[in-house]
Design a protein around this ligand. Structure first.
Ligand code: PLP
Length: 423
């Protein structure tokens, strides 16, 4: 459920007509619904209430400070994957004790900073990293909490670019190696191995992959108990899928019903790291139709947003629903198939292919739905395009949460060597 709906003839975000927003702020424009964001967080929190989980929103899905602050305000923790995300998390007011840090390639500087800031724990992805954190902790005279990220080798049945829990993926440690690590844990004197972590992929629409992974984890926890390992946390990652097209993803409630028995049995504190599930349907990308172009084979709707604003179609062949801000009249009769494309010099620069859309004209506006997760956070300045403005709607109020970039922002960090300056 989300709060982007037609009322009479106009598409609204909560109680604001999106046409008014594009008139005021221009396009391309990311529009987020505060209540959709919060509702999704609460849905998961409520469904799992018996185990009082810590929900650490995955910052990389959408790392805008206002999004983070809105979730932190509701009690969320944050899942980070870089020093930059640690910086954002703290700026958004997240208590360090609610921050967990995953990544296969943490640098020494990032590790030191996270230790200094006293985050809850690192999700560690290799023996080499474990030894490195131990070394750094020893130098800093600290004991550092870590969870071992397990690669449970399960098939999440999602796009191959977004599986992360198969044995051929770079993430996590297989069960046997992890077991070996627990056997030598006394040699890692400055680490407290307090938990296990899995994150098996993204846009997972069924519970079966989670059940498969958690069943393996339960066995493993049993084996660890036998050698005297006492754990505190089980971090089950993120990956819950959402509706982009015709998916029928598990609801928070269904997911909870399926996993709760397994989770309760572990008697560990449960952490989740959802990203897409919370923010995916809480954002749209509004864009203006620049030109309509017909070729012998195709019709192209050329819009002012591009793959630099939203790369998911190019990267994953992802489907995004596209709606005109003005509800079409007699939609079926006047619809036609077209490609919706951006202005960038790449054939991968598209939002939809052979999509049946109402007949559009230059100057019309479109909303690309489901753009809240991995939208702005994956945006770039490719083709020297300034990044879009982002606004957050709260009922009938709107707040700018990131200003549109200017041309001077584009070159802010660039320098011409003096010998080339001919001024
Ligand atoms: C990306 C990521 C997540 C969030 O994934 P979603 O599919 O957006 O829920 C959670 N945990 C880790 C470790 C990740 O890398």
């Amino acid at each position: 459920m989300h709060q982007f709906k037609y009322k009479a003839k106009d598409l609204y975000c909560e109680e604001i007509k999106i046409q008014d927003l594009v008139n005021r702020f221009g396009t391309p424009l990311y529009v987020y619904s505060y209540h959709t964001l919060i509702d999704h967080f609460w849905k998961l929190q409520r469904a799992l209430t018996e185990i009082k989980p810590l929900i650490c929103y995955s910052v990389k899905a959408n790392s805008n400070l206002a999004i983070l602050a809105a979730l932190v305000d509701r009690g969320a923790g944050l899942d980070i994957v870089s020093g930059g995300e640690l910086y954002r998390a703290l700026k958004a007011g997240c208590p360090p004790q609610k921050i967990v840090y995953a990544s296969v390639g943490k640098t020494n500087a990032e590790i030191e900073e996270a230790i200094k800031k006293k985050i809850l724990f690192f999700n560690v992805e290799s023996l080499a990293e474990l030894q490195n954190i131990n070394r750094i902790a020893a130098r800093m005279k600290k004991t550092v909490n870590v969870a071992i990220r397990i690669n449970p080798d399960v098939e999440p049945k999602t796009h191959k670019f977004i599986t992360t829990g198969k044995i051929t993926n770079k993430f996590g440690i297989d069960f046997e190696r992890a077991y070996g690590i627990f056997l030598i844990r006394n040699r890692l004197a400055n680490l407290n191995i307090c938990g296990l972590h899995i994150h098996i992929g993204s846009q997972i629409t069924e519970s079966a992959p989670y059940i498969a992974a958690l069943t393996k984890m339960a066995d493993f926890i049993g084996r660890l108990k036998k050698i005297g390992v006492r754990l505190e946390y089980l971090n089950i990652g993120g990956g819950l899928g959402i509706i982009y097209d015709k998916e029928t993803p598990q609801t928070a409630h269904n997911f909870a019903n399926k996993v709760l028995p397994l989770l309760k049995e572990t008697k560990l504190k449960i952490i989740l790291e959802p990203g897409r599930f919370i923010v995916g349907n809480a954002g749209i990308l509004a864009t203006r139709v620049l030109y309509i172009k017909s070729t012998p084979k195709k019709k192209f709707i050329i819009v002012d947003a591009g793959m630099n604003d939203l790369i998911r179609p190019a990267l994953y062949d992802a489907y995004h629903q596209i709606l005109p801000l003005k509800a079409p009249q007699n939609a079926a009769r006047r619809s036609e198939k077209a490609d919706v494309v951006g202005p960038i010099c790449e054939s991968g620069d598209f939002f939809a292919k052979d999509r049946r859309l109402p007949r559009l004209s230059e100057g019309d506006y479109l909303a690309v739905l489901g753009a809240g997760a991995y939208g702005f956070s994956m945006s770039s300045n490719y083709n020297s395009r300034t990044r879009a403005e982002e606004v957050m709607v709260v009922k009938d109020k709107v707040f700018v949460i990131r200003k549109r970039e200017s041309n001077s922002d584009l070159i802010a960090h660039e320098m011409i060597p003096p010998f080339l300056l001919r001024l």
